[in-house]
Design a protein around this ligand. Structure first.
Ligand SMILES: Nc1nc2c(ncn2[C@@H]2O[C@H](COP(=O)(O)OP(=O)(O)OP(=O)(O)O)[C@@H](O)[C@H]2O)c(=O)[nH]1
Length: 398
């Protein structure tokens, strides 16, 4: 039917689709949480087969295989819609899509076997697949338009492709090609192939860029946060604190070093898992007490550091007392025994170079608060009586 060269030329679009599908599959294997890549790969694989058949088969055969070809295309269209839906966290509405597919396939059967009309066939198929593609788009428009430029690009590309799918019959009409005989050599088919390949390539580029961007964000997030409490770690606290220190509007500031009292005993009495829950509870209480520009980090173990901005030392002390109060009211996390308490050391910052010094002083004040019996707030500039309660004694008190 084809000379060797012609054959290769005709199946090239299908092969190109399969190559894109393979690339997306590899990308998904590398980053499995990005499931939209897998759905997109599925969409391209499903479209490659009917695309090849349409290019190779004569018109009479196309009629015979219309339902088979249509089913593959519709399933491919739904997989593409599903990949967008996965990305936008909306539904691709499988039940509605199934109903649309059933109606479209009935129309395809009718216009292929009963009332043969290639134009009506293409029109009903374009309308059906356009509707399937529109399902997640309608949801995302009704819900929330993405704000990020890459996701916005994906949305607009999806809308353009859906509109193109709906308007393909008009293209046939404009090109004056109504009987669709000798499809592979028709200008309509050539334009269709070029459009499908261009859209596929664009979707691959945008989706891959989104996947790479998300992976970078995820890695950065893991680097900057403590996995248990999702708080900043020491490194990212220092980084962000430096930015705050450069903003004169955020002065005066204060550093709070805080530590859960007798945390080892909590672990020993109720187990490490309960200890983890306590750490998560404390982190949520600390975070709930912060304002817009304040920072909190887990420096290690049961030790936390807070940078309070635009605050006096007195107000910082009040905030520490508020945290103590919140801890007291959330004691249900421990089944029985002594109440959950924390000790604090607070040091002021009035110039950017003082952070390291303030951290040291806050740590020293915290150490003093611990020695003085725990569940205390020690602030810079106050002379505290030099009492020392050793560990054994404090256990008896608690
Ligand atoms: N559950 C849990 N325990 C941790 C974690 N990190 C550190 N720890 C435990 O925290 C405890 C810290 O004990 P210590 O440094 O003696 O402090 P403490 O018992 O709170 O005593 P004071 O600070 O003096 O009141 C140790 O038993 C560590 O094993 C964690 O991520 N989860």
């Amino acid at each position: 039917m084809f000379a060797n060269n012609d054959f290769i030329l005709v199946i090239t679009p299908s092969l190109a689709m399969l190559v894109l599908a393979l690339l997306l599959l590899i990308a998904w294997l590398v980053q499995r949480s990005q499931r939209f890549l897998l759905w997109q790969s599925g969409a391209y694989s499903l479209a490659a087969l009917p695309l090849g058949l349409q290019s190779l088969l004569p018109l009479e055969e196309l009629n015979r295989y219309a339902l088979f070809i249509g089913s593959f295309y519709l399933l491919g269209a739904w997989c593409l819609a599903k990949s967008w839906a996965e990305r936008w966290r909306v539904s691709a509405q499988p039940h509605t899509a199934l109903l649309i597919a059933a109606i479209t396939l009935t129309a395809l059967y009718y216009f292929s076997h009963i009332e043969q009309s290639a134009w009506a066939r293409v029109s009903s198929f374009s309308f059906g697949s356009g509707l399937v593609l529109a399902l997640p788009i309608l949801e995302v428009r009704a819900k929330k338009v993405p704000s990020d430029w890459l996701d916005k690009s994906l949305l607009w590309l999806s809308i353009t492709f859906t509109v193109y799918t709906f308007t393909r019959p008009i293209l046939i009409w404009l090109l004056g090609y109504s009987d669709l005989r000798s499809l592979p050599s028709s200008p309509y088919w050539l334009l269709t192939l070029i459009s499908i390949l261009s859209f596929s390539l664009l979707f691959t580029v945008v989706m891959s860029a989104i996947a790479v961007r998300d992976t970078v964000h995820k890695l950065r997030d893991e680097r900057d946060h403590d996995p248990l409490t999702r708080m900043l770690n020491r490194r990212s606290f220092q980084e962000r604190a430096q930015k705050h220190l450069g903003d004169p509007k955020l002065y005066p500031m204060a550093v709070l070093a805080c530590d859960i009292d007798h945390f080892k005993r909590i672990n020993d009495t109720w187990g490490h898992e309960r200890g983890d829950q306590v750490l998560q509870l404390v982190s949520s209480i600390l975070q709930n007490n912060l304002r817009q520009h304040d920072l909190v980090a887990r420096f290690g173990g049961e030790e936390f550091v807070i940078l309070l901005t635009d605050i006096t030392l007195r107000d910082a002390e009040l905030l520490a007392q508020q945290i103590q109060c919140d801890l007291g009211s959330k004691n249900a996390v421990l089944p029985s025994g002594p109440k959950l308490t924390m000790s604090f050391g607070i040091s002021p910052i009035s110039a950017s170079f003082q952070l390291e010094q303030a951290l040291k002083e806050a740590d020293h004040l915290l150490y003093q608060a611990k020695n003085a019996g725990r569940d205390r707030v020690h602030i810079s500039g106050v002379m505290y009586p030099d009492i020392f309660i050793d560990s054994a004694q404090s256990e008896v008190i608690a």
